[in-house]
Design a protein around this ligand. Structure first.
Ligand code: ZN
Ligand code: ZN
Length: 303
């Protein structure tokens, strides 16, 4: 819960929806359907759903849904394609006061790389994002750092721009920094790539109706908003998918102390209950009118 993104309500909503839809199935014995409630770790950092897809979890799935809390009710989650990269710089240690000239400073390399990325930001498309932290900043102040590490997320709504232009440019920032400091850099992808979210129009229409019916009128869509990234984007490339957002606290920003507190209080419980209702209702609609599922698949094929 301290992660501050309300993921406790996501898990509860998904499980609640599955329990409700299963009861509905028991009351309608003629319905040939299976419902999967899939627990998925590492939504933001680790790409849990990418591994689940690879393992075949979606192989017999017709449509997929999840719900996430945020500061407003929305039918679509705006999301960016994302690459997670790690740079590890290796230098030569030396005594920082006695023989600094004999060292090669891996922290200088990390500093230069971050500055190069900062300057690069002026030359990238406005909706792109590059953000980084230093995960290893050296060993001790009196030692020229032998090893440093940076983790960065690189994002864009355009997957091709991301992979062909942006990620190579960020890699070059690290290579240039290594060259300038006489250190070595190892570049690796630290998590599976995230695809941008494709919202299925047919599922979105059903969700809009239910949101209105439950008094959660969806806010205006923000087409130019960058948003975050989610491994639900990877799911949405494989099967028709929906990723609505439910208001936790009006206008709240996730990953704040306020969001963490609300997710553990009454507002979080309400999101879990309403999320379960929303996903269960959509599931039951798809089971009641099989033509909807056909339409959703058609829309998916045409996207
Ligand atoms: Zn988050
Ligand atoms: Zn999240």
């Amino acid at each position: 819960m301290g992660h501050g993104c309300g993921h406790n309500t996501i898990a509860a909503a998904g499980l609640g929806a599955a329990i409700a839809a299963k009861r509905w199935l028991a009351d309608h014995p003629g319905t040939a359907a299976r419902i999967l409630a899939v627990g998925s770790p590492g939504e933001e950092g680790g790409g849990g759903k990418a591994y689940l897809i690879e393992a075949g979890v979606l192989s017999e799935v017709d449509a997929a849904m999840m719900v996430h809390p945020t500061g407003a009710n929305r039918v679509h989650m705006p999301s960016l394609a994302r690459e997670a990269v790690e740079f590890v710089f290796t230098g030569v240690p030396a005594h920082a006061a006695d023989t600094p000239h004999e060292g090669r400073n891996a922290l200088d390399a990390a500093t230069l790389a971050l500055n190069a990325i900062g300057l690069l930001r002026q030359q990238i498309r406005p909706e792109s994002r590059v953000h980084a932290i230093i995960t290893d900043g050296g060993q001790a102040p009196n030692i020229i750092p032998e090893r440093t590490a940076i983790r960065a997320f690189v994002r864009s709504p355009d997957t091709r721009y991301l992979t062909d232009r942006l990620v190579p440019a960020v890699h070059d920032c690290a290579r240039g920094a290594a060259l300038a400091t006489g250190t070595d850099v190892e570049i690796r992808r630290s998590a599976p790539a995230y695809a941008a979210m494709r919202s299925n129009a047919v599922l979105a229409e059903l969700i809009t109706g239910t949101l209105v019916a439950m008094g959660r009128e969806p806010g205006a869509e923000l087409p130019n908003r960058a948003g975050g990234s989610t491994d639900m984007g990877n799911v949405s490339q494989v099967v028709p998918s929906a990723h609505p957002l439910l208001e936790l606290v009006p206008g709240v920003t996730m990953h704040t102390h306020e969001a963490a507190e609300a997710a553990g209080a009454a507002a979080g419980d309400q999101v879990a209950l309403d999320g379960a209702t929303l996903l269960a209702t959509t599931t039951i609609q798809l089971l009641t009118e099989p033509d909807l599922l056909r339409q959703a698949k058609e829309a998916f094929a045409q996207e």
